[in-house]
Design a binder for this molecule. Sequence first.
Ligand code: MG
Length: 204
Amino acid sequence: MKIIAVGMNYAAHNKELHHSLELSEPAIFMKSDSALLKDGKPFFIPDFSSEVHYETEIVVRIDRLGKNIAERFAHRYYQEVTVGIDFTARDLQRELRGRGLPWEISKAFDHSAAIGTFIPLEQAGDVNRLPFHLDINGSEVQAGNTSEMLFPVDKIIAYVSRFFTLKMGDLIYTGTPAGVGPVKIGDHLEGYLGERKLLDFYVR
Ligand code: MG
């Protein structure tokens, strides 16, 4: 199982992190399989960062083997979606990025990919119009809609499958909207797709 993630996929988020890149193709990175955090287990803030950010994202699960998938057929390769958190050690990422080094360790560390309960798309709705949000300690901190993505899901699948064979169970984190911020010990995170809560866990 691999976890593929898209960076800088919402214009307003790029602005808040001061990216001025004009992207003609999705910005892709991977997380390790040990990054997965599921079943509502707590997230422990790692000792190598003092600025771990939440990034709330729609996640699709690949359910069919595919390589070089045409965009018009990409919808056949997934049927379920959920909400996930792409935890990011922002301080480490900033430092590595500044030195022109790969920033994998700030993104792919253990338990950095929290994942909610998957639901079928027929319940969730049009994959290109999914509203989602994150509450921390009962207050909404981040909200987005997949209609605001620079590269929609089918385009992402077509693009990544040129480089990586997609297999059943692979996950794609599709990018975060504006409103990222730090987590602290004791925070209660609840992720919603529409009004449906799919993700619920604590920071320890
Ligand atoms: Mg992200």
